[in-house]
Design a binder for this molecule. Structure first.
Ligand code: 9MG
Length: 256
């Protein structure tokens, strides 16, 4: 899953795609590099970010979704807002990537009515304040319990199990130790019987481990992606598609 942020303020590529034309060009490049789908976001979820209106989010993403859908590019929409979900599904999006795990009023219903896939991600708190003293007694057990409850809510709303994906939400209300524990024990999520998506690409945990700035985290991101795949991840949400694809080709060559 290639990342396309149509935002002025995302943490690693904010401002790269400020116009829909830039975003479209970037999305097509990621597909050319080997992405199976692209995740289009019109609102930053980085720590400390502020929300944007439904209108502004739609203005940023809809033209991109429409053109990509016309070209049969599978599009996921990174949003927490049911209004944006419905409009994006109408424009051809095939998946909703919700860092809020469909907790907004009407979000479960929007996905159920749209008949699309949905990624339910764990987050403690909300983007504006989530990195202020996150706390868990047992991060793996608590994240897993949250995801179990959100899966149950999605199934009860009529979303079919084949459409559901889970994500422990690296960096969303978690310290470095929490993130490392989640990656170390990632295989614990395999018995939930839905595909596991992970987003580690260029994240601050990799900056803390390597001491590298965000512009110099490609190697660390690829290493983290491979660890995740070895521990059961089925979808990788990444900025650097070609580097990740190349590493996966080597990994897969020795797997079978
Ligand atoms: C939007 N977004 C930013 N980071 C993410 C992650 O780790 N997972 C998912 N599903 N979405 C993310």
């Amino acid at each position: 899953m290639g990342i396309v942020n149509v935002t002025p303020d995302s943490f690693s590529d904010g401002g790269l795609c400020v116009s829909p034309e830039d975003a479209l060009r970037h999305a097509l490049r990621l597909i050319e590099e080997g992405a199976d789908l692209v995740d289009i976001g019109g609102e930053s979820t980085r720590p400390g970010s502020n929300p944007v209106s439904v209108e502004e989010e739609l203005r940023r993403i809809l033209p991109v979704v429409k053109v990509l859908a016309e070209r049969n590019v599978p599009v996921s929409i990174d949003t927490t807002k049911p209004e944006v979900m419905l409009a994006a599904i109408g424009a051809g999006a095939v998946m909703i990537n919700d860092v809020n795990a469909l907790r907004a009023e009407g979000a479960l219903e929007a996905v159920a009515a749209g008949g699309v896939a949905a990624c339910l991600m764990h987050m403690q708190g909300e983007p504006r304040s989530m990195q202020i003293q996150p706390h868990y007694d047992d991060v793996v057990a608590e994240v897993k319990e949250f995801l179990r409850q959100r899966l149950d809510a999605a199934l009860a709303a009529g979303i079919s199990p084949e459409q559901l994906i889970i994500d422990p939400g690296f960096g969303f209300g978690k310290t470095l130790d929490h993130n490392i524990a989640l990656l170390r024990y990632l295989e614990c999520f395999s018995d939930m019987n839905v595909p596991l998506l992970v987003g580690l690409s260029r994240k601050s945990m990799l900056g803390k481990i390597t001491g590298n700035e965000v512009s110099d985290r490609v190697h660390a991101s690829v290493a983290a992606a491979l660890i995740a795949v070895a521990k059961g991840a089925k979808i990788l949400r990444v900025h650097d598609v070609k580097a990740t694809r190349d590493a996966l080709a080597v990994y897969n060559a020795v797997q079978n």
